[in-house]
Design a protein around this ligand. Structure first.
Ligand code: NAP
Length: 315
């Protein structure tokens, strides 16, 4: 097979041995694989893949056809359309996926939508509901609301009956985020004026946490998922004490297979029906052939997009 390959901080389209599915694994012929910030960090040498995953092939989410099943798998057969979160290795012609992190792609969902679904919807669902305990009727702030995780979170929170406020720094994207379900879309420096917030999903980092602190509701939950704009801040603890609020952080990639399987089951129960029924969708801002991954990464880094950048297998 060929795969996007990290070579001295650059991406090349290189030949690799075909992977063989081990216990509990499926072999997937990749049709589409989303690009994520983690891939760009891994290319720079900052975010190594976990053990058991190809260290030089990036890609945290994959959609494609099952072409091989390992021992100990039960659910899927060759020819099934699936998508999955993986620790790495998705941006290739073939990818090994743990069966427990895999779901069937609903009918009517295109490959590029499927390739951009798993990482951001799994992350957004886990962060909003499992970590943040978001309830119907609560006010939730989603920072970075036009990005991949942000567009997933806005839609999921709206579907759950929350009042969604998103912060988006590009005004030309505000209307599109309203269409996805935000009641209000504000600039990042306007966040404090639009509280109180019961849940704050922090996708931007330290400046976002600083902005939301003065506008917390009683017993608010701040869930930090991304720190691209900075990871350190001076924190006035009185802002947390006074509102009896909680500040927590989370990530998916480093979790055990069993923990990821639990996240996958929650997505299957509560998100897959929304995707199948058209209540939530995957906005794809741009698509590129797999061998053009470097151009796709540049597009991702440029920003100003709605939703996902997806690599597709055109062979
Ligand atoms: N913890 C986890 O398990 C997990 C999983 C997935 C993702 N993440 C992290 O979550 C973050 C979001 O991921 P994503 O896939 O949604 O990325 P994305 O598609 O690039 O979206 C990020 C959004 O944040 C905005 N943004 C970035 N810096 C900003 C700043 N300084 N001020 C205001 N807005 C800013 C971006 O706006 P522009 O378009 O203007 O740049 C973009 O709309 C990333 O840091 C990613 O690494 C974490």
């Amino acid at each position: 097979m060929h795969a996007v390959t990290i070579v001295d901080g650059r991406l090349e389209w290189r030949a690799h041995k075909d992977p063989i599915p081990g216990f509990g694994q499926l072999l997937v012929a990749v049709e589409a694989a989303g690009v994520n910030a983690a891939d760009l960090l891994q290319r720079q040498g900052f975010y190594p893949a976990p053990p058991g995953v190809p260290p030089d092939i990036p890609g945290m989410e994959v959609a494609g056809m099952v072409v091989g099943v390992g021992e100990g798998t039960h659910r899927y057969a060759e020819g099934d359309r699936v998508f999955a979160i993986v620790g790495g290795g998705a941006q290739a012609e073939l990818c090994l996926v743990p069966e427990g992190s895999t779901l069937p792609v609903p009918e009517g969902i295109t490959w590029e939508e499927a390739g951009g679904f798993p990482e951001v919807f799994f992350t957004a669902h886990d962060a909003l509901f499992t970590q943040g305990g978001l309830l119907a009727g609560e006010r939730v702030l989603v920072s970075g609301g036009a990005g991949g995780v942000g567009t997933a979170a806005v839609q999921l929170a709206k579907a759950a009956g929350a009042h969604v406020i998103a912060s988006v720094r590009h005004r030309h994207l505000h209307g599109a985020v309203v269409e996805l379900g935000a009641v209000e879309v504000v600039m990042p420096d306007e966040v404090a004026d639009h509280g109180p917030y019961d849940v704050s999903l922090e996708l931007v980092g330290a400046p976002g946490v600083a902005a939301v602190l003065p506008a917390l509701a009683t017993e608010a939950r701040i869930v930090v998922i991304g720190v691209g704009a900075g990871a350190t801040l001076e924190l006035n603890l009185l802002a947390l004490m006074g509102t009896r609020s909680a500040l927590r952080g989370s990530h998916l990639r480093g979790r055990s297979l069993a923990e990821k399987a639990a996240v996958t089951r929650a997505v299957e129960d509560r998100v897959l029906p929304l995707l199948a029924g058209g209540t939530v969708r995957v906005p794809v801002a741009d698509r590129f052939p797999l061998p053009e991954a470097a151009t796709a990464y540049d597009r991702f880094a440029t920003g100003g997009k709605l939703g996902k950048i997806v690599l597709v297998n055109e062979d």
